[in-house]
Design a protein around this ligand. Structure first.
Ligand code: ADP
Ligand code: MG
Length: 291
């Protein structure tokens, strides 16, 4: 990480990262998507939480993951940037390829992966620091060495991209925790953007927000997809229909060993999934027959 040239990490105006070395591993073959899973299983100890997930995510698209509670949406999402590493029992089999590199290969740096594949959580979690430092701090620990005014530009750029600048520009020294829930969530999005990821994962980012704050985040996602690949977990089918380009439906069934293992039923263009789904299980779910 320390060897990463400053310009690629820190220039707030730079294009998002593209295929190149990831944590010391050269990208092999660039698959069709920026991020791709191949026959991915995820375990917690002996329990197989999700089985055999193969899917591909591309730039400039929002992909939504939907399905009943416990089908493994959060598990899959966390596996996409090695966030599951933080759960001691979690284990991923199969491959997750980011620009063609398996992020679970031995010499890949998970910290670098989490910078390039950012994450926003259900409950907004700003640091107990000033609005300015919420963004500056992440950039600093990722090696930002620019001048004070470069840092100001970085913070402003990230807040502008997250559609928060106008609301906070006069109170950058106030605590991030003083903001409303919706503003806090946009601050967390700004914090993720500031370290220049090219993929942003969001796990039910609006479920703690009121409808107006939710709409603002949805509008923001539609703006951000111009520059990123966004993958969102939502329990809200209307939200998936409103914002996503493609939707993945996961389901959970008892397998032969008696475990409730989740699996991907179908991953289709959103309009197709909600109007003419390929699978009966998808149709049953979207018409409210279960879940
Ligand atoms: N940290 C964990 N340890 C053990 N089991 C877990 C953990 N997190 C999730 N699970 C289990 O994995 C399965 C999938 O959970 P999750 O990914 O949270 O589903 P969803 O987000 O679709 O509701 C569930 O059976 C859940 O109980
Ligand atoms: Mg979840």
């Amino acid at each position: 990480m320390n060897e990463t040239p400053e310009s690629t990490v820190l220039d707030p105006t730079a294009a998002p990262a593209t295929a190149d070395a990831v944590g010391g591993v050269e990208a092999a073959d660039d698959g069709p998507g920026v991020l791709e899973t191949r026959s991915m299983d995820v375990f917690y100890g002996d329990f197989k939480a999700v089985a055999d997930v193969s899917m591909s995510f591309t730039f400039n698209e929002i992909s939504a993951l939907i399905g009943p509670s416990g089908c493994g949406k959060s598990t899959v999402l966390r596996s996409l940037n090695r966030m599951n590493d933080l759960i001691p029992t979690a284990r991923v089999d199969g491959e997750v390829r980011y620009h063609g590199t398996n992020i679970y290969a031995g010499d890949v740096d998970p910290v670098e992966i989490r910078r390039r594949i950012g994450m926003v959580f259900q409950k907004p979690n700003p640091f107990p620091k000033s609005i300015f430092d919420n963004i500056a701090w992440g950039a600093k620990i990722n090696g930002f060495k620019g001048s004070k005014s470069d840092m100001k530009d970085l913070v402003q750029g990230a807040l502008e991209q997250a559609a928060l600048w106008d609301e906070v520009k006069d109170k950058l020294t106030e605590s991030g925790l003083s903001l409303s829930g919706g503003q806090q969530q946009r601050l967390c999005i700004a914090r993720a953007i500031a370290v220049q990821p090219d993929v942003i994962l969001m796990d039910e980012p609006c479920s703690a927000l009121d409808p107006i704050a939710t709409l603002r985040i949805e509008e923001l996602m539609l703006e951000l997809k111009e520059n990123y690949s966004i993958i969102i977990v939502t329990h809200n089918m209307q939200q998936a229909a409103r914002v996503s380009d493609r939707t993945a439906f996961f389901n959970v069934e008892l397998d032969t060993t008696g475990q409730r293992t989740g699996h991907l039923v179908e991953f289709s263009p959103t309009d197709v999934l909600f109007t003419t789904p390929k699978e009966k299980a998808t149709e049953d779910y979207i018409t409210g027959r279960f879940g």
